[in-house]
Ligand binder design. Structure first.
Ligand SMILES: O=c1ccn([C@@H]2O[C@H](COP(=O)(O)O)[C@@H](O)[C@H]2O)c(=O)[nH]1
Length: 235
C-alpha cells in the first residue's frame, strides 16, 4: 500500500510554484499539476518538476469523444508523469480509448484514474443540475465500476466514498481523494469533505490537498500536519 499526501499546486505561474516548493527543504512531496498551472506554463513545467525529483499527478480530467481522448493521452504519455485522469462520465468506451492512448509502445504507462463525481458536487446539485436521478453514492459506485471494467487503476472520489469503492471494486483499486480539510479548516467550494485522519480510517490511498497547504501561513507545517494525520507512523 502506497498511501501518500498529494499537494494540489494550483498556481498560475512557475514563479509562484517555485516560491512554494523552495520552502520544502527536507521533503519531496507528491505534487498535483492541474489545469491552471498547465495552461499557464505548458508541458515544460511538468518536465521541470519531474527533474526536481517530484512524483506528479497530472490532473487534466480529459472528457471528450474516445478518439480525441486517445490521441491526447498518447501525447501526454510522452510526459513522464506518474498518474493522470479522465472523467468517468465520458463512458467506458472513452476510458478504454484513454487507456489505449496512454500506453506507450513498450507497454509502460502512468496510472490512469477516473473522476466519478466532483467533490464540490452535492447530491442535490447532481440531481437538479445534471438530472442524474439517483443517490450520489450509487452514481459514484457505478462510475467506479465502469472505470474498473475499462481497465483503469482507480478513481477520484470523496474520501467519504473510498471504503465503499474498495468494497465494490476491490482493495487494490486506487482511491485518490480530494475534498480534504483539517477539522478547524475552511471548506471553500468543497462539499463532500472530511479530515486527513478520517480519510485514512475510511480507506483513501491518496489524499489530494490544495488550499489547506498552499494558502497556509506555514505551508510546510500544514503539509507535515496532513502527513502525520493521514499516515500516522507509516512515513
Ligand atoms: O472531484 C475533484 C477532483 C479534483 N479536485 C481537485 O483537487 C484539488 C483540491 O484542492 P483544494 O484546494 O484542497 O480544495 C483541486 O486542484 C481540484 O481541482 C477536486 O477538488 N475534486
Amino acid at each position: 500500500m502506497n498511501r501518500d499526501v498529494i499537494i494540489a499546486c494550483d498556481f498560475n505561474s512557475k514563479e509562484d510554484l517555485y516560491a512554494f516548493l523552495d520552502r520544502f527543504t527536507e521533503e519531496k512531496p507528491f505534487l498535483k499539476i492541474g489545469m491552471e498551472l498547465f495552461y499557464a506554463e505548458g508541458p515544460e513545467i511538468v518536465r521541470e518538476i519531474k527533474a526536481r525529483g517530484h512524483k506528479i499527478f497530472l490532473d487534466l480530467k480529459l472528457h471528450d469523444i474516445p478518439n480525441t481522448v486517445k490521441k491526447a493521452m498518447a501525447v501526454l504519455s510522452r510526459l513522464d508523469v506518474d498518474m493522470c485522469n479522465v472523467h468517468a462520465g465520458g463512458t467506458i468506451a472513452m476510458m478504454e480509448a484513454g487507456l489505449e492512448g496512454l500506453t506507450r509502445p513498450d507497454g509502460t504507462r502512468p496510472l490512469l484514474i477516473a473522476v466519478t463525481q466532483l467533490t464540490s458536487t452535492s447530491e442535490e446539485r447532481m440531481q437538479n443540475d445534471l438530472l442524474i436521478d439517483k443517490p450520489l453514492d450509487e452514481v459514484v459506485m457505478h462510475y467506479a465500476a465502469n472505470a474498473k471494467i475499462a481497465g483503469l487503476d482507480g478513481v477520484v472520489c470523496s474520501p467519504l466514498e473510498a471504503g465503499k469503492v474498495k468494497d465494490v471494486c476491490g482493495k487494490d483499486f486506487l482511491t485518490v481523494t480530494p475534498g480534504v480539510r483539517f477539522a478547524d479548516g475552511d471548506k471553500g467550494d468543497q462539499v463532500r469533505i472530511t479530515t486527513p485522519a478520517k480519510a485514512r480510517e475510511i480507506g483513501s490511498d491518496y489524499i489530494v490537498v490544495g488550499r489547506p497547504i498552499t494558502q497556509a501561513d506555514d505551508p510546510v507545517a500544514a503539509y507535515r500536519r496532513c502527513v502525520s494525520e493521514f499516515l500516522g507512523g507509516e512515513k
